[in-house]
Design a protein around this ligand. Structure first.
Ligand SMILES: *Cc1c(COP(=O)(O)O)cnc(C)c1O
Length: 378
């Protein structure tokens, strides 16, 4: 299928290519200077004393976060009902039970302190929030709620690298922040992630969990800084390699400009769709909130045939997608969740459609997409 306008395009050029070739020529393939450089640069970007550990993907970061916070059997973890299945899966993988919090409103699709508070029970151990589409959750209120109720707080920042509230970056509000660098994210590596903690002890545990619990790295031994190692606690191998870190460093450099272009494109979508039966969420951001504009979700009219719209867009050469399908429809989650757990998210899941958005998209391409979309719902 050759799309005229695809959902996402990589923002790659000779710089990523050169970085890969230089790494291959360097003779050192994993956990070397490029990993250390990428972690340091990402930490500088986030600020707030963020300590960063590069990992193999975003799901590994979520798994490690729950392990490091001692979430396990008998615990409940509150997650958004409108999110990717990785959040629910990670909770189940540590033996805990996911519980769904609903969207705040029809215009704010994130969870809120109120929608989380409604789901707290004596067994609740932790909360995972997702900054849906790159728009920050109300982190001051959610962090205060978690402190008050003694709950651990994990931010799934897969959609939101570079998003902030009053100058503080998403990923630094909770105990642990989990980033993904999957191909279609704002910072694309292919596979990759970053797990972030501002607390030194927690950050050390995350580093142990990443690499077999070992207290020294192959690089330390290579440099003659260590001859042996201890194993501090059982760990996994969720490491990133040097080739990925090299791509990550170039992509991190491009992230601020990429996010700004995404903002311009989103504003053009908003202007083009204003006054139509299509709604765009997050239309009322407060002045101190910066979004990362990861995806472009629209809410189709109530009685609209979504599959029909997808087909008509396809005929026009425009790719679209759905973020997300409801958990209650998945075989693995049928016994856990029903549509009544989060009625608003369930409705949004049934009416949502995601349109193309990527930094190299042109204004004319946005106009083409909105034209096709308006035609399809007319
Ligand atoms: C992409 C994504 C993940 C998973 O990240 P991977 O790197 O693909 O494992 C988790 N949560 C959300 C919200 C995502 O969009």
């Amino acid at each position: 299928m050759m799309w005229k306008i695809q959902l996402f395009k990589l923002n790659f050029d000779h710089r990523e290519r050169d970085a890969v070739l230089e790494t291959v020529d360097s003779g050192w393939l994993t956990m070397g200077e490029r990993i250390l450089g990428f972690e340091a640069a990402f930490g500088d970007y986030l600020g707030h004393g963020a300590r960063c550990t590069a990992v193999s993907n975003g799901t590994a970061a979520l798994h490690m976060a729950l392990l490091a916070l001692d979430v396990g059997q008998g615990d409940e973890v509150i997650i958004p009902a409108l999110t990717f299945v990785a959040d629910a899966n990670a909770v189940r993988m540590v033996g805990a039970r996911p519980v769904l919090a609903d969207c705040a409103s029809r215009s704010d699709w994130n969870v809120s302190a109120e929608s989380i508070a409604r789901k707290i029970t004596p067994r609740t151990k932790a909360v995972i929030v997702v900054h849906y589409a790159g728009f920050p959750c109300d982190m001051p209120a959610i962090a205060a709620l978690c402190r008050e109720r003694g709950l651990k707080l994990v931010e799934d920042v897969a959609h939101a690298p570079g998003a902030s509230i009053a100058g503080q970056m998403c990923g630094t509000f909770g105990d642990v922040g989990c980033f993904s660098f999957f191909s279609n994210k704002n910072l694309s590596i292919g596979e990759g992630g970053m797990v972030v903690a501002c607390d030194g002890n927690l950050s050390q545990r995350l580093r142990y969990l990443r690499s077999h619990g070992m207290t020294t790295l192959t690089l330390d031994r290579h440099k003659g800084r260590a001859a042996t190692y201890d194993v501090a606690e059982p760990g996994l191998n969720y490491r990133m390699d040097e080739i990925r870190a090299a791509i990550g460093l170039v992509q991190l450099d491009k992230l601020p400009a990429g996010n700004l272009r995404r903002k311009e494109l989103t504003e053009r979508y908003r202007r083009n769709l204003a006054g139509s039966p299509l709604q765009m969420p997050f239309d009322n951001l407060s002045a101190d909130v910066v979004s990362a504009y990861h995806i472009l979700p629209v809410l189709l009219p109530q009685a609209c045939d979504r599959m029909g719209v997808i087909e008509m867009l396809k005929t026009a050469g425009v790719q679209s997608s759905i973020h997300y399908l409801p958990f209650s429809g998945f075989t693995a989650y049928r016994e856990y969740f029903t549509a009544q757990d989060a009625p608003l998210a369930e409705e949004i899941c049934s009416r949502e459609l995601t349109m193309p958005l990527y930094p190299t998209m042109s204004d004319r391409e946005v106009d083409l997409v909105t034209g096709a979309l308006l035609g399809a719902v007319a």
